[in-house]
Design a protein around this ligand. Structure first.
Ligand SMILES: Nc1ncnc2c1ncn2[C@@H]1O[C@H](COP(=O)(O)OP(=O)(O)OP(=O)(O)O)[C@@H](O)[C@H]1O
Ligand SMILES: [Mg+2]
Length: 169
């Protein structure tokens, strides 16, 4: 049975960084594995959805649907996406027998320091809205299989090991 490894957290929490490492390590053992990064999916579908609540939930449904489509064809999926909606977490849980939900936590102070896309600083200056965790609320995963603190660089290696321990047969 193929697996869905769903890596979630706020913007900048480290989803792509950790997801990529998990993908490389997992794929070495199970070649039928893909990495699906939420940002790339938006782009691949032509950036047709915005970042307002309506665009975000549509994008999340699209990503979760795509994961199901692939897993049903025996492809393991490592998915790095925010998509912090209970509806989506429930959909995943009901759609897969091998579902692993990993929530990366990081303090808002550290996220503002990272500010990779300039989103947090723009939001603070009132120049950007629809930023999850600032002006948009989100559903914290209630039933995550792992909740990992990913604030310090030194957290990455240990978090990767914890995830692999959970997901590898
Ligand atoms: N544990 C960590 N400690 C310090 N910096 C980190 C850590 N994990 C990731 N980073 C750095 O934080 C930045 C954001 O990481 P990354 O792009 O993986 O986050 P993301 O959750 O995918 O963000 P987005 O939602 O914007 O796609 C990158 O510069 C990355 O190198
Ligand atoms: Mg990312």
């Amino acid at each position: 049975m193929a697996k869905l490894i769903w890596i979630t957290g706020l913007a900048g929490s480290g989803k792509s960084t950790i997801g990529n490492i998990i993908y490389e390590r997992f794929k070495a053992l199970s070649p039928a594995t893909v990495f699906l990064d939420g940002d790339r999916i938006r782009n691949i579908f032509g950036d047709d959805l915005g970042h307002d609540p309506d665009g975000r939930i549509k994008n999340a449904r699209r990503i979760a649907g795509l994961c199901k489509f692939l897993v049903e064809q025996d492809i393991n999926v490592i998915c790095a996406t925010m998509s912090l909606y209970s509806e989506i977490h429930e959909f995943n849980r009901n759609s897969h027998t091998e579902y692993f939900e990993i929530f990366l936590e990081c303090s808002m102070d550290e996220l503002r320091k990272r500010d990779q896309k300039g989103l947090y600083s723009m939001a603070m200056e009132g120049k950007a809205k629809n930023i999850v965790g600032v002006d948009l609320a989100y559903d914290k995963p209630e039933k995550a299989d792992l909740v990992l603190e990913n604030t310090a660089m030194s957290d990455i290696e240990g978090n990767v090991e914890k995830i692999l321990k959970l997901v590898l047969p």
